[in-house]
Design a protein around this ligand. Structure first.
Ligand code: ZN
Length: 251
């Protein structure tokens, strides 16, 4: 939906590619593949991979598989309606108050624009106002640079959306006990360690039932700072499955 706005007609990608290439083809969801990048062996402890880019996505890995139901449901934390208020921001899928519409890179940029319109003077004095006097012309690179440089206005914007992401993480933790969260995605990786720090502060503020501060501080880490997650992960997935391509999940 981030690209096309909604679901389309089913497309038989695997069959179509096999017909053209004459080779066996495996189709795997981009985040499922990315999760496999972080599986270093059969004893890899469970984790949740979360991507924060133009949208938000997630996948949980546990005991040799990425957890999905037979029809492929799961791993769509970005479309969790975390803000039920009627005026909540719209998600790219058309829904309202979805996590991805609020806390993704795009969502955070929209939050910055709303903050600018609500506090024009504060915005004008901030690092954001200096590079984009018109908030509607503000872009993500400027927002990321301002957060990284410690600009209070930009940091406040990020802090305003992180409680939603922290709540999502806490709900996964409290429901199924996953304690490791690996962040990837252009926005989170661009903000870098500061993103992990602010998110962890929010997790500590909200609390994770049964975990002390040390435990909470170990929950979130950054993924590799590149764009190779899916490629490397798809390789690991195939290696882990050996030649038994039939066993590879289709979504
Ligand atoms: Zn949505």
């Amino acid at each position: 939906p981030t690209i096309w706005g909604g679901p389309g007609e089913p497309l038989a990608v695997r069959q179509s590619l096999e017909d053209r290439l004459g080779l066996p083809v495996v189709v795997v969801n981009d985040l499922t593949a990315a999760a496999w990048r972080y599986v270093h062996g059969p004893d890899e402890p469970p984790f949740c991979l979360i991507t924060v880019s133009s949208g938000i996505g997630s996948k949980v890995y546990r005991a040799g598989e990425v957890l999905l139901d037979a029809e492929g449901h799961g791993g769509e934390l970005g479309h969790w309606p975390c803000d039920p208020s009627p005026g909540a921001p719209r998600c790219d899928c058309g829904g309202r108050g979805h996590l991805g519409g609020i806390a993704s890179g795009r969502g955070t940029l929209a939050a910055a624009r709303r903050a600018a319109h609500a506090d024009p003077l504060g915005y004008a004095r901030s690092a954001l106002g200096a590079v984009a006097p018109d908030p509607d012309r503000l872009d993500n690179p400027a927002l990321v640079a301002a957060i990284r440089s410690g600009d209070p206005f930009a940091t406040g914007v990020l802090r305003s959306v992180l409680p939603y992401l922290a709540s999502a993480i806490i709900s996964v933790f409290t429901s199924i006990g996953i304690r490791r969260y690996i962040l990837m995605g252009g926005f989170a990786l661009a903000v870098g360690p500061r993103y992990v720090q602010l998110l962890t502060e929010e997790l500590e503020r909200l609390g994770c039932f049964g975990l002390d501060s040390d435990g909470i501080r170990r929950m979130v880490t950054l993924g590799a700072p590149d764009d190779d997650h899916g490629l490397i992960g798809a390789g690991r997935l195939l290696a882990a499955r050996g030649a038994g391509l039939g066993a590879v999940p289709a979504v």
